[in-house]
Every structure is written in C-alpha cells, then in structure tokens.
Design a protein around this ligand. Sequence first.
Ligand SMILES: Cc1cc2nc3c(=O)[nH]c(=O)nc-3n(C[C@H](O)[C@H](O)[C@H](O)COP(=O)(O)OP(=O)(O)OC[C@H]3O[C@@H](n4cnc5c(N)ncnc54)[C@H](O)[C@@H]3O)c2cc1C
Length: 604
Amino acid sequence: MVRNRVFFENTLLKPAKTAKNPVSLASMRPGLIYIFVSSMSKFSIYYPKLHMSHYDIVIVGGGPAGSTAGTLLKKYNPNLSVLILEKEKFPRDHVGESQLPQISDVLQEMGCWDKVEAADFPIKIGATYRWGSDPNPWDFNFIQLEQFKNEPRPAKFEGQRRQTAFQVDRAKYDEILLRHAEEMGCVVREETALHLRSQEQITARYYIDASGHIGVLRRVLGIETHCPTRLQNIAIWDYWTNAEWADFIGVGGTRVQVMSLSHGWIWFIPLSPTRTSIGFICPAEHYKEMKKRPEEIYAEALNSEPRISKLIANATSTGKIETTKDWSFLSDKTVGENWFLVGEAAGFADPILAAGMTLAHTGARELAYTILALEEKKHEANWLKTQYDENQRRRVKQHIRFADYWYAANGQFTDLQEHSREIARDSGLNLSPEKAFQWLAQGGFTNDILGQAVIAGFDLGSMKQVMQRFSKEEVPWLLSAYNMFQLDLVDADIEFVAVYSAGEINRIKCYVKNGQRLPVTGLYGLLIDILSRTEYIEQIYRQLVMVFRERFSVQHAQVALHQALGCLEVMVSSGIVKAMLNPELSKLNISIPIEGELIHTHRD
Ligand SMILES: Cc1cc2nc3c(=O)[nH]c(=O)nc-3n(C[C@H](O)[C@H](O)[C@H](O)COP(=O)(O)OP(=O)(O)OC[C@H]3O[C@@H](n4cnc5c(N)ncnc54)[C@H](O)[C@@H]3O)c2cc1C
C-alpha cells in the first residue's frame, strides 16, 4: 500500500512560455509542486509555496539501481544529501532473481557483499541449458567444478567466490540493499510514490529515475523508447515450495535451469533450500493462439518438461500466477541537464541473459561516479554525461542483440547466420551471413566491460563454445592461424572514454576501428603495451603468463590468460592488430573442445 505521495504537477510539460515563469504557475495552483520540461534536456521542479525539503540528489525507486546509486554517492561523498523515494513497503516481491558474477564486485564496492552472503542465498555456479539444436542439456559454469572447494558459509569475498554469483530472493535482497543505503546515510522514504500532483515539495540538484520498467520520470520528461528487436514474448511465473534443486555443488552451490520447449522456455531458479522461482516465457503470438488462461498454459508447459516436472513432483506453488510482457526497450536518451535514467528505467533486454540486475548495478555505479565527477568539476560536464549515456544505451542494445541471437539459435524467428548479419549491420558492417557469424565468433559484440572481451557473463572463449553448440560448426580461433601480431593503429579513430574506478573517473584513450572500441586500459591496455615490445606469439604469451602470475592466484591467472587471448582475438578481428604467419616459427594452438572445462554436456 502506498501511504505517502509526493506529487509533481505536470500539466505544464509542454508549453515552454508558461514554464519559464514559475511565479505565474504559483498563482495558478497554489500549494502544488510544479514540474515542467523547458527543453528535452532540462528537468525542473518549481515550488510555489514554502520550500519544505531540498536534497542534492533525489532517487525515485529503491530497487537495486536506486540503492546502488545512493550507497556509492554517500560512500564517496558523505556530504551529499541523498533521498530515496520508494513507493512500496519493503520487503516486497520482484521478478528477476538470477545474477551474474559481475554484480559481486559492485556489492563488494558498496560494502554489502557480506550482508548478502549472510542471507544464505544459493550460490550460482552457472546454468544448465537445453537450448539450440542439441537435445541434451549442457552446463555453463562460471568456475571449474573441480576448483570449487567446499567452504563453510558465510564465506569471504575472495578466491572462488569472486567468480560466482547469487540467486536472490528479491524481497530479501532488495531490502538488504535499501537498508544498507540507509545505513550509508541516504534518507529512505518507503510507501512514498512520486506522482504528478502533491501538497509536498521536494527539490534537488539532480533527479534520478530508478523506478524500473515504469520509468516514472522518463514518462514525465516525454523520453521516447524504442524496441529494436522482433521479440515479443510474454512471461508467466509463480513461486514454489519444496522443489528439488537440480544440482548440489559444494556448500550452497547450484545451477539455474533453462529448458527450451517447442514454443518458449522455462526458468527454474532456486532462491533458498525450499523456495524456487519457476517461469515460462513464450512468444506473445503463441500465447494468443493458445486461447487459454495463463494458469493453464503455465501448468501445461511445466508438465511437458520432464526435467522440471521431476523437480517439482513433491512441491507446491502459491497458485498466484504473475504475468508480464513488452519488457524489451531502449530509451532514446538517459541523461539531461539535471536528470538521469538508470537500471530498467533506461532499458532492458530479455530474461534469457539473466543480466537485468547486472545492468542495473553497473549502470547505477557509473551514474554515482558521474554525479560525483560533476560535483568535482574535474571533467567537462557534457563529456561525463555523454559517456554515461553511451555506456547505458550501448549495453542495452548489445544485450538485446545478444538475446535475439540466443532466440535465433533456438530457431525462434530466423536463421542464426542471417541474424548474425543483422547484428553486424547494426555495428556498421556489411558482411555476408557466414562472415558475420565469424565476426561474432571473433568478439563482434563482446563490448560489455571496458577493457575486456565480455558480454552478459560470457568471455570470448565461452562465446565460441556456445556458438559451436548452437551452430554445430567449428568456431576456430584466429590466433591459432598466425604467429606474429603487429599493432596497426594508423586508420584507427581516437576517442576518450571514461574509466570508473575507486570512486573516480579517469579519461582514457580509446582506439576505434571497424565498430570495435579498444580502450587503452585493462587487458587491452596490457596487450597494447606488450605488442609495442614484441610481435611473436610465444613471447606475447609468456609475458602475459608472467604478468598474471605476479598479480593473481594460479586459478585466477588462468582465467585472466584466457580473457587476454580473447582480447587479442578481438584486436585482430577489428584490424587494430595485423596477424601474420612466419612458417619458421611455432604457432599457439588454442582448441575449443565441445566438451570444455566450463561449458560441457550436463553431467548428473
Ligand atoms: C520476466 C522477467 C524475468 C527477469 N529475470 C531476471 C533475471 O533472472 N536476472 C536478472 O538480473 N534480471 C532479470 N530481470 C530483470 C530485472 O528484474 C530488472 O532488470 C531489475 O529489477 C532492474 O532493477 P531496477 O532497480 O532498475 O528496477 P526495479 O528492481 O524494478 O526497482 C524499481 C523500484 O522503483 C519503485 N517505484 C516504481 N515507481 C515508483 C514511483 N512512482 N515512486 C517511487 N518508487 C517507485 C518500485 O516499487 C521498485 O521498487 C527479469 C525481468 C523480467 C521482466
């Protein structure tokens, strides 16, 4: 129940003439807050009567995005006053429970990984898929199972736990985060919704829309959204008590189940030893054709899947089926003069990637850094905002494309190679379907984390393995065909991109060639440095091994090495590195076994 309402008046959204004169507004509707947009980029609240409260930052929405932004703003600048308005009373249920390991780093930076670990959520080791042409389930693990040691919980954020994720009960998780934001000094007002008419007046220097899919400020501001995908799916889900876990891995570890059916797929996400989220997603068209109630469609889907039916044989559901649709969208812009959109208010791809919360946490982190940097005035404001906007929009767009790719691999709407061509075209490349498929296999859209070749938790090696499974074709490494690698930066454009680290934004040089952005930081930075000294793969490889051995544990060094080779592959495919073969010298033989260490046929 929403008890309190902070209303904003929006009757004057469009008429700029009146909007420029807040005094006349006051005389029109005394006692109300007026918000209006004098241009597409400016969001203002004018209050005609007594000024009751003012904050540096008002965040609308206390989900993962809102709590992350609030916490990091207060962590790095405790002097800022931050208000979080949340329309619900927490704890409240929310769909979207399966995380990616990237989130763990953000939780640690926020100072609340230990609190989340203490809640004893299942540790997500990876996922078991039945997807693509292979009728057998296959596993994607974030960490090699042999390396995952039995470790008592609560554990520390180190070693193996840096590579894993959580499967979270959102009622508990979102509450932990919101309470943490409060402890960090944010003022949190629950059961307080932002509406368009109110007796209460709140002003701020920055307004953040973290209100999720509803995008309350986005709508007030009239920001258009687009849906750059042909996917039109519908989700039906419920929560179950006493469903069995498909796997028990070490202490508290398991895998999410993703099971494809002839029309759609099922998610199975254990949230505790006894509570499980189970959902069914199908094309909206199929849903309409079925002419059945969602309850029936849901039950039929679950009953038709032998693996899931077995897991729920002795379980009971709440019977309170929930549904949603139309979730894929991208906002035309995410930033204006004094407002920002973050998390799902800015855009979302599809549940198949389990990346919504990852986008929300990472986007909110970048937003907090952006506002901190705007305050410090160390960088030019427009550049900071453009960086923020481009990052959010690029990521959502790539995730939408990647989700499309997954559905195409499942034969959902188009041929996989033809679809690869569309993705390449989107990046400005006109390639044949075969070439486009190769381009993707060589890192075409692994642009998620600056300085790494990663998308939605998949590094390039994992991507290649998945593509092999999808297509039944060999997806070789370019690196294996050559042995000399030369930097070729002549035609590359140079941009400056923001690197967000330890509470500060640094301006870093970035090479752009053939649609790929290669910032001189992270693994790309390391490779550019090594390539400026040597061209031979054997020496490049040795130097990488040396650097990683110095920096990381044996286990981590191996992961970093694979990722660095992925980056080198991306550099070759984008033309930033010229690859040559010297018959006198040895080559690096990187194989992609169908049965890999992290991705392999499911073993019970
Ligand atoms: C079917 C489905 C399955 C999904 N599965 C996954 C998954 O497995 N893994 C994953 O990572 N993501 C998943 N997602 C996406 C994930 O749920 C979202 O991306 C994530 O919750 C976004 O976080 P957020 O903080 O931006 O928004 P939210 O979590 O939606 O939080 C927004 C908050 O704003 C509040 N609010 C709304 N309006 C107002 C207002 N007017 N005033 C004040 N407060 C307001 C809401 O009450 C809410 O608490 C899924 C999404 C869907 C649709």
